[in-house]
Design a binder for this molecule. Structure first.
Ligand code: SF4
Length: 313
């Protein structure tokens, strides 16, 4: 009898999203595979190098609003975009983690692996940016964070329109922290042109409150991670010993801006905060502190412990 040849995995399995739940059970999500199978591959996953934008992507999308979106380079001169507030001049040379003052896209497309209120039926229109102020030892997207293809703010706006045209439930900005000045301007431009799907801000949770205020009225849904507890050795090795305190302040500001999570009749998020608990394999005391913090959150903030949203409806 002819033996069936095992199917070759399309992407290396090492990049799966592994989440340790508070009760100690392990959840392996296939978010990475979903991402890879639907995103246009801008990154060579073996070398981590960014490839050129495919020819089809070079074609101009039809996007409303021809006005040029200007982002003053001065916004990156003494960079204080994340709670590190290191003051690095990103216009003079690229910061080793955060890059220069250019907008860089690692990958983009429709994603179906997020929580139900984010993915809905048609998928979330995700754009993942390069550059991150954290150095998490458990990072599952190191290649994407490191490399990226430079895009102009107008091109980013056109990508957002393209995702909307393809039926995206929302526009999801992943890893946006080091590009805040450009993103705030692009979102203002999109709103001015009638961009009418919810905007989701998906971040590590390590955000500066002053910078988040720039998104008031521009972001509809915040999707911050909760990664580390207080005095965490993992947070220290990620270069953010103050992670827990900064994350708490950021979540408070996010909730102030959006209020409780509101769903459309089809069950997709139109406004609010959804906290994603993605702790590294932390000591049980640290995990306990995180759990206690999650229990103190206002009722309107919903908590997702896995890539499968299970606390609603
Ligand atoms: S985003 Fe990067 S360059 Fe800017 S303050 Fe944070 S660590 Fe420094």
């Amino acid at each position: 009898m002819k033996r069936k040849r095992p199917r070759k995995p399309r992407f290396p399995p090492r990049q799966s999203d592994v989440i340790i739940r508070p009760d100690g059970t392990v959840h392996v999500s296939f978010l990475w595979n979903d991402l890879c199978s639907v995103f246009r591959p801008l990154i060579d996953h073996r070398t981590g190098a960014a490839t050129a934008i495919p020819e089809a992507d070079r074609q101009p999308f039809s996007a409303p609003g021809r006005r040029r979106i200007n982002v003053p380079a001065t916004d990156y001169r003494k960079c204080r975009l994340c709670p590190n507030e290191c003051g690095f001049d990103r216009t003079a040379s690229p910061h080793p983690l955060c890059g220069d003052s250019s907008l860089r896209v690692a990958t983009w497309g429709l994603v179906h692996g997020d929580e139900r209120p984010i993915s809905g039926d048609r998928g979330s229109g995700a754009i993942m940016f390069s550059g991150c102020p954290l150095r998490c030892p458990s990072c599952h997207n190191p290649e994407m964070v490191a490399a990226g293809v430079r895009v102009t703010p107008n091109r980013l706006a056109a990508m957002a329109w393209d995702l909307r045209k393809r039926g995206a439930e929302n526009l999801q900005l992943l890893s946006p922290t080091v590009h805040i000045p450009a993103l705030a301007r692009v979102l203002r431009h999109l709103r001015g042109c009638g961009f009418d799907i919810p905007v989701v801000f998906k971040s590590s949770g390590y955000e500066s409150v002053n910078e988040l205020r720039k998104f008031e009225g521009l972001v509809d849904v915040y999707l911050p991670d909760v990664k580390f507890g207080p005095r965490s050795r993992w947070a220290e090795s990620a270069g953010a010993a103050d992670y827990f305190d900064e994350m708490r302040r950021a979540v408070e500001e996010m909730y102030r801006q959006t209020g409780p999570l509101a769903l459309s009749p089809r069950g997709t998020a139109v406004r609010g905060v959804l906290v994603r608990c993605v702790p590294a394999p932390l000591p049980s005391r640290e995990r306990g502190t995180i759990e206690r913090f999650l229990r103190t959150l206002p009722k309107g903030i919903h908590v997702s412990h896995t890539a499968v949203f299970d606390r609603l409806g």
